[in-house]
Design a protein around this ligand. Structure first.
Ligand code: ACO
Length: 333
């Protein structure tokens, strides 16, 4: 049950996703803010995104993605030891969304907590799950990434509202010696000095919600787009390199790149740097926009289900998010 370093092996044994049915197209956005389908497509690659209705929570979406991942893995919810939830859009500030997911799934013996690394949530989550298994805390960990971004964007701000969408993705990580699904390496990094390039200024303890906050919309997401763009490319390249190195591999041994889906131009730049041709890069940003941490979880599930990635091959998962945080894993499929 141990790898060459003596660390117990962790494998992804199932994945799942949930996407709300309602589609918001670029043409729909043209009616809300001064923008155009042409601008959004050429600057970002996004054509449409999903929007969850009022009343559907991050926990509802996360639990459904989790249920589907457990079904895929053939694991009963009652046998989950730990539920970890990545979300930038928690349903409440207290308690965690993970506890709501635990209740919805009915996992009586699971520990549950949220973690906050924004768009990097899926590779951070896989790494954390690997850690729980290595430490002997858990045999089966459910990693859930769920985001209702439509609830935190400023729908009057064209520089951000066109970029985001809602959805959830999940993965089951279990102890096991088999090679399929094995997490070969993890890389995680951060730079908190850049926090204010992508953040929600108010709504927490530092600036509590009051009427001024609501008037000035400082509880919604603010982003310095071009600065974030440059850091995203640099960081995703560093994470990719780090995860490949820690797996003891050379870049040319990577078969597929499954990156965070924020912007097609960031994906193309990362692929160029990693030396992976675009036909080996999974892209769904055109259909869902940026779903923060759910983006990579959903992309990984779709890549597996659609047969885009083949069993036995090596995939590089890489993401970048608010914080800033960046992370990557090499996974054997
Ligand atoms: N429609 C039309 N025009 C627009 C829009 C819009 N929706 N948004 C901005 N513009 C205008 C700007 O006002 C500007 O006009 P100006 O030249 O008259 O001032 C012009 O378009 C160019 O704006 P830029 O911001 O320089 O455009 P850029 O090419 O940098 O693209 C974008 C903007 C798409 C936001 C890009 O910078 C980007 O993708 N950044 C990274 C975003 C990202 O990855 N964020 C997520 C990180 S993950 C997380 O944790 C959530």
């Amino acid at each position: 049950m141990s790898g060459t370093t003596g660390v117990p092996l962790a494998r992804i044994t199932g994945t799942g996703r949930y996407l709300p049915e309602q589609i918001m197209s670029n043409a729909d956005l043209e009616k809300l803010v001064e923008t155009s389908d042409e601008w959004i497509r050429t600057r970002t690659g996004i054509r449409e995104r999903r929007i969850a209705p009022v009343g559907v929570t991050a926990a509802d979406m996360g639990a459904e993605a989790g249920r589907r991942a457990l079904r895929d893995a053939g694991v009963d919810a009652a046998d989950v030891d730990m539920i970890i939830v990545s979300t930038a859009t928690p349903d409440r500030l207290l308690p965690s969304t993970a506890c709501d997911v635990q209740a919805l799934l009915g996992s009586p013996r699971a520990g549950a907590y949220d973690f906050s690394t924004a768009c990097s949530g899926f590779p951070y989550g896989l790494s954390i799950a690997q850690g729980h298994i290595a430490a002997g805390h858990a045999e089966t960990v459910l990693v859930v990434c769920t985001e209702k971004m439509s609830s935190i964007v400023d729908w009057t701000d064209r520089t951000t509202c066109v970029l985001f969408g809602d959805g959830a993705g999940a993965a089951v990580v279990q102890r096991g010696a088999e090679s399929s699904g094995r997490i070969l390496s993890s890389f995680m990094k951060s730079d908190g000095t850049l926090a204010e390039l992508l953040y929600r200024p108010a709504g927490g303890v530092r600036i509590p919600i009051d009427s001024t906050v609501l008037e000035t919309r400082t509880h919604t997401l603010k982003m310095a787009g071009p600065e974030v763009f440059k850091s995203a490319v640099r960081s995703m390249c560093e994470a990719a390199e780090g995860a490949i190195h820690r797996a003891g591999l050379k870049p040319e041994q990577i078969d597929y790149l499954i990156p965070h889906q924020a912007n097609l131009r960031i994906i193309e730049a990362t692929a160029r740097y990693a030396g992976v041709p675009m036909e080996k890069v999974f892209v769904n940003v055109d259909r869902y926009g940026n779903m923060s941490s759910a983006s990579l979880a959903v992309a990984f599930d779709e890549a597996r289900e659609s047969g885009f990635v083949t069993p036995g091959s090596l995939a590089l998962l890489v993401a970048f998010g608010a914080g800033f945080t960046w992370a990557a894993n090499v996974v054997q499929l």
